[in-house]
Write a protein that binds this ligand. Structure first.
Ligand SMILES: [Fe+2]
Length: 303
């Protein structure tokens, strides 16, 4: 992985202490319409910005990088730095995902990255560059590390099927970057990804995702929420801006234009609609889903 940045193990992290529901989201990807819909959901659930945490990549493929940054920044919610924020703030030439030169993702990312670079002013870039790389979320009796890729590599893709590790001292990790919603265990600890707000989950539907974590006497309830928004306007704005058709079309079809990063199980699940689900994390295992769950939420445990 090029541009991978290790985190200093001794660095003090931003802390959030919550004994009530926390809304987790990530991957707004410059999709203003989806981000506005997300905030409306938060308001309906009476979850204030100081109990909202973003796993990064506020900016990417979409048409409205500046307005999306302003919406998230001005609301005052907690945000960890994604690789897109890191690269844009550093004045880099691409998003830092590590795509092979000349690959479809590399070519697509070059177009949106240039669009975002041109749209963001110094204030937005300074905000992005100052974001923490990790937030420690103490929610009820659980201590979770909120990061972008993995706890140590900002651009590592961690899926339900891939090996990873929870750092010592934490009950689990809340991560983003890979764009798919899932909850799994890793050697008896939690790994949670809310999925993305700004791009569908490659499941053949235009829905996008966030999560709500609610502490209670039985453990931590983890609700994966899918929501609809005005994806036609978001896709239209991308076309108007001259951005690649691949990602604009993906907002409508729910299918990613390129699946190079996907492991075989996630690739096999492409186009299969994911069902929203609520799971209960007891501190050692995941209870049976409260609502009907897709295989994505059963995840791969114990790896
Ligand atoms: Fe990312």
């Amino acid at each position: 992985m090029r541009n991978a940045t290790g985190y200093a193990a001794t660095m003090a992290h931003t802390e959030i202490n919550a004994d009530d529901a926390v809304l987790v989201f990530g991957g707004c990807y410059s999709n203003l319409q989806a981000t506005e819909a997300l905030l409306a959901h938060a308001a309906r659930r009476s979850i204030p910005p100081n109990r909202m945490v973003c796993t990064g990549d506020v900016v990417a493929y979409g048409a409205d990088p500046a307005a999306t940054v302003a919406l998230v920044r001005d609301a005052g919610m907690h945000v960890v730095m994604g690789n897109c924020e890191e690269q844009l703030a550093a004045g880099a030439a691409d998003c830092g995902c590590g795509f092979a030169p000349g690959s479809a993702c590399d070519l697509l990312s070059g177009a949106w990255f240039a669009h975002a670079s041109a749209a963001l002013d110094g204030s937005a870039l300074a905000w992005m560059g100052a974001l923490p790389r990790q937030i420690d979320l103490q929610i009820g009796r659980f201590r979770l590390a909120v990061v972008h890729g993995s706890a140590g590599v900002i651009n590592e893709f961690v899926f339900a099927s891939t090996s990873t590790a929870v750092p010592p001292g934490y009950d689990g990790v809340v991560a983003g970057h890979c764009g798919l919603p899932f909850t799994r265990t890793v050697e008896g600890r939690l790994w949670h990804n809310s999925g993305a707000v700004g791009m569908p989950a490659n499941d053949g539907t235009p829905r996008v995702w966030f999560s709500v974590l609610s502490p209670g006497p039985d453990g931590l309830a983890i609700e994966h929420v899918a929501f609809d928004y005005d994806y036609r306007s978001a896709a239209g704005a991308m076309r108007q801006a001259g951005l690649p058709e691949g990602y604009a079309g993906a907002l409508e079809t729910g299918l990613w234009p390129n699946c190079d990063v996907l492991p075989a199980p996630e690739l096999a699940a492409r186009g299969a609609p994911i069902s929203p689900a609520t799971l209960m994390w007891t501190g050692s295992d995941l209870g049976r889903p409260v609502t009907a769950a897709s295989p994505a939420f059963a995840g791969a445990s114990g790896r």
